[in-house]
Design a protein around this ligand. Structure first.
Ligand code: GLU
Length: 324
C-alpha cells in the first residue's frame, strides 16, 4: 500500500558562526511553510566542511532560533531519520556514490583546484567551469595519478547536455545549462568527504523532505541538485528560495562579523516578539499564518533599510554589519 506522504520541511544550517538575521528569516519562512502545509519541520546540521564549522555553534544557533519562536519537530535530539548531523551520515554518502558509479554517472578526477582554475580561465569572481579533463580517461589511470600526487581522487558527476529547468515558488521559472555553465561537478571531494551537492540531496531524499525553503544564494545550485534527483530516480521537493538580507549597497550580510546576529540583537535589547513580527511582515505573513505559502514572499533581496522601517530598534546596529 502506498504510504501517505507527509509534508516535511527542514532548515539545514552550516554551523560556522552565530545565526544572522537573514538566516533567521529564512528559518522562519521554512518553519511557517512546513506548519502551513500541516507538515513536520526538521533541523539538519550541515557540518561536513570541517574548516567552516565551529564548535558550540549548533547549540547557540538553536538557542537563537528558540528565542525567536522557531520550533523543530525533528533534529539531532530526536526524529525518525537519525542522525541529523551530516558528519555522522558518511556511510549514506558513500553508498550514494557507489550507486552513481554503478550507473556510470560519475568519474574520478585528479585535477587540483588550481589546475581547474587555470584551464577554465573563469571570469573574475565566478566559479570556473570544469573543462572535462578527466572525463574520458580510464578510471584506473586517474586513481593512480591522484595517488602519485599523494591524495585521493575527487568524483565528478557527468552533467548531461541541455537546459535543466525548474519552477521556484518564489523566484519563479529558473533554468540553467549545467553542462555549459558549471560543467561536471564534484559530488565527492578529494579529502574523502561528500560534497555539499551530494550530501544535501541524499539527506533530503532519505529524510523524506518535500519542501526546501532556503536562501537565494543556493538557487544556482538547484539545477545540479535536480540532476542528482534524476540520477537517483527520486522525486524532487518543492523549492522556494528566499531573498537574502542586504545593505543599501546590495551586499549580503556576513555571518562572521556578527553585528546583526540574533545574539547581538538580543543583547541590544530587541524583543523577540518585535523581531518576529517584523520578519513575518517581510515574509508577507500576517498574524494568521495558516494559509500562508512561500509565494507570499516578495522576490529578491530585503534591505536592512526596509527592515529597520518595520523595526526601528535595529537601526543603530546596522552600521558595519555587511561583507565589505
Ligand atoms: N548548509 C547550507 C548553508 O548553510 C544550506 C543547505 C540547504 O539548505 O540546502 O548554506
Amino acid at each position: 500500500m502506498p504510504r501517505t506522504m507527509i509534508e516535511r520541511g527542514r532548515f539545514a544550517p552550516t554551523p560556522s558562526g552565530r545565526l544572522h538575521i537573514g538566516s533567521a528569516r529564512t528559518a522562519l519562512a521554512a518553519a511557517l511553510a512546513a506548519r502551513a502545509a500541516g507538515g513536520r519541520f526538521a533541523l539538519r546540521v550541515e557540518d561536513l566542511d570541517g574548516t567552516r564549522t565551529r564548535e558550540g555553534m549548533t547549540r547557540a544557533m538553536l538557542e537563537d532560533l528558540t528565542w525567536l519562536g522557531v520550533r523543530f519537530d525533528e533534529g539531532p535530539e530526536r526524529g525518525p531519520h537519525e542522525p541529523y548531523v551530516q558528519s555522522a551520515r558518511g556511510a549514506l554518502y558513500l553508498e550514494a556514490l557507489s550507486v552513481l558509479r554503478e550507473k556510470g554517472l560519475v568519474y574520478p578526477c585528479a585535477c587540483s583546484r588550481r589546475e581547474v582554475e587555470e584551464l577554465a580561465r573563469a571570469p573574475h569572481g565566478r566559479e570556473p567551469v570544469y573543462p572535462g579533463t578527466c572525463r574520458d580517461r580510464a578510471h584506473d589511470a586517474v586513481l593512480a595519478q591522484a595517488h602519485e600526487r599523494g591524495r585521493a581522487a575527487a568524483w565528478r558527476f557527468r552533467a548531461r547536455e541541455g537546459t535543466v529547468a525548474m519552477v521556484d515558488e518564489i523566484a519563479g521559472a529558473y533554468a540553467q545549462d549545467v553542462a555549459r555553465e558549471v560543467g561536471d561537478f564534484v559530488v565527492y571531494r578529494a579529502d574523502g568527504v561528500a560534497a555539499y551537492q551530494l550530501a544535501v540531496v541524499v539527506d533530503d531524499i532519505a529524510m523524506e523532505v518535500t519542501q526546501v525553503v532556503r536562501g537565494e544564494d543556493l538557487l544556482a545550485s538547484t539545477p545540479r541538485q535536480a540532476l542528482l534527483y534524476e540520477a537517483f530516480g527520486a522525486r524532487p521537493p518543492r523549492w522556494a528560495h528566499v531573498g537574502l538580507v542586504v545593505n543599501d549597497q546590495g551586499q549580503r550580510l556576513a555571518k562572521r562579523d556578527g553585528a546583526l546576529s540574533i545574539a547581538a540583537l538580543r543583547e541590544a535589547g530587541v524583543r523577540a516578539q518585535a523581531l518576529r513580527e517584523a520578519l513575518l511582515d517581510t515574509l508577507g505573513a500576517g498574524p494568521t499564518q495558516d494559509r500562508w505559502t512561500p509565494e507570499s514572499i516578495a522576490r529578491g533581496a530585503l534591505t536592512l533599510r526596509a527592515l529597520s522601517e518595520r523595526l526601528p530598534e535595529i537601526a543603530p546596529l546596522i552600521a558595519g554589519s555587511t561583507e565589505g
